[in-house]
Design a protein around this ligand. Sequence first.
Ligand code: AHR
Length: 705
Amino acid sequence: MIHPVRCIVLAAFVFVVFLVWVPEGVCQPVPATISVDTSARGAAVPSTLWGIFFEEINRAGDGGLYAEMLQNRAFRDAPADPVGWKIEQAPAARVTAAIDAAVPLNAGIPSSLRLSVEDGGGARVALVNEGFKGCRLSGKQDTPAAVAKWLPAFRTAAAKSTDGLALRSGVVYRLVVYVRADEEFSADGPSLTASLEKRDGTVLASQPLEGIAGEWKRLAVVLAPASDATDARLVLSVPPSGKGTLRIGFVSLFPSDTFKGRENGMRPDLAGMLASMHPGFLRFPGGSFIEGQTLATAYRWKETIGPVEERPGHWQIWGYRSSDGLGFHEYLQLCEDLGAEPVYDANCGMAEKEFAPVDSLQPWIDDAVDAVAYANDPVDTKWGALRARNGHPTPFGLKYVEIGNENGLSFPWGGGSKAEYRERYLPFYRALKAKDPGLHLIATANIAAPGVPVDILDEHYYDTPEWFLQNATRYDRYPRNGPRIFVGEYAVTKGIPVASGSTLKAAVCEAAFMIGMERNADLVSMSCYAPLFINPAWRGWSPNAIVFDAARAFGSPSWQVQKLFGENRTDSLLETKVQCAANDALASASSSSGSGNPEAVNPSRGAASGKPLPVLHAVAGVRNGEIVVKIVNASAAPIDAAIPLPPGAGRAIVLTSDSPDDMNSFEQPDKVAPREEPVPACGKDYRRLLPPWSLTVLVVRPSSG
Ligand code: AHR
């Protein structure tokens, strides 16, 4: 017989061996218990808890969500170079093309493209646009001098023999051209013909542009391609007989099937992905985009409304010019179409590296207050009338305004100190509350103090997977007598490979952090992952939620997590306890240094502490009589979890994959995607095996409910 003491020692030895062994090989399930108290409702969960953040970065808008298909539609993307356009002509032709300020289109677009054909050389002269073909961006570069870096890279990308406009047969494409001719221009037949052509020359659709005259004319035609294409080009061609000078001020091509059929609207596939996230709000339009590095490149919403062919656009911080076609009005309209609260981020007179003097803030304050007036005032007011003229008489109901972006944080790259922010924030706060005391105003730094009211505080986190696990409990410890929290930007950006999208591991660790936010929904009222979109041909930041090119799109694992949380909201919390004795051993298996981020374009925000990482996370709540339990296993071992629940049935949605490093791609868009399975019966003995590196959402309807 074995002595009891020996028995205990042996058992302890076996347990230690188990803990050490688990991380190495094929893992044994580790026991755990997740207890959900269904007897009492906890805090209410705000409908704004899960939202989205849109910023013009990585061609998220122009060349992305905004459905305009032509790059450089106003010939303003570079000062003297019609980037995005090329002239094709016969070898013997004598043709010149240049951007020319002598004949502006209007006050907003103070130049046009002069196309002079002395001799067509027996063939057509074609002005060709192949859409947003991309160029590698790096970091922030908002000065016009950045064009010097941008142009050569763009030309290389534009010369690529693949890609182009993505066309779908069955969809019609609306072309608008602002054009005029010099008096002496002559041609047999139409002076200009618009066609959609494949790279091999196949003409998919063609229409003459009739009515060109000696003054600016807006000519509109509809092009209906005969078949699909992903390498198409818009061709505006002067016939072989054409001679003289044409001036072209603005050329726009939109699909007819924009999201919700809006004119000047959004790409339906990308906006559809946003809709499928059920966002509670949309924060816009940035980000650093609203700041600029200098005030000259800051976002000014008043220049982003009205007819698109009159919007000047502007150089912006992420290294390319924004057409501002996706302007203030379109953002508000998108919020309405998504059923999301608008959260407008206003520049508070602070660019990253330049601040308006405190005694010269008034124009910036007026901009913020007038933005609220434009969104909300009745139609018999100045701004309400303008909104109505722009197509939306009903107020949009803007309730949230953020004062600045990342100001007052003393970042090495700028944005000002707390003191510099506070003295600008306060007059904004007072003016906005005077405009509407019901507005929820958001500060970007924790400056709350007597006499410095902060309704909501925006916090941003970009860090390692481990940081997100460690900080899943951060809001458990926050005081409840301060501002509510808006986690306005967050993502795992370090310790994972540099790529357009994220990995499963990153997504699972973000999910753990989200569980922490949901558990603290009495304090954390809003959150959104960042950035939202990337066209990989224009990468200025990684990773991102949604990756697209002209024809395709896929969600990263992080997007899948965001979507799962948005789809599986709760209205109120149920107290949830997690017990996992082997947590520390699992944790050591989970914290790897990752593959690093040698090309990191993202600023460093500090590192995780050395404490053991919690790997099992859960939160539960109720919605429409269903119990929703979200569970993260952020370890390499499966966890065998006892989850006692009331008798009932439902479903489990599980997001996992073979490896924590798995990503999605254009070729494998659903490699990391949730799988749903029925839960035919559950009750007090219910157990689930939680796969390694997984998010499980359990939705159960109690049979008595
Ligand atoms: O999300 C990318 C950038 O990160 C945002 O523009 C800025 O607010 C933050 O630094």
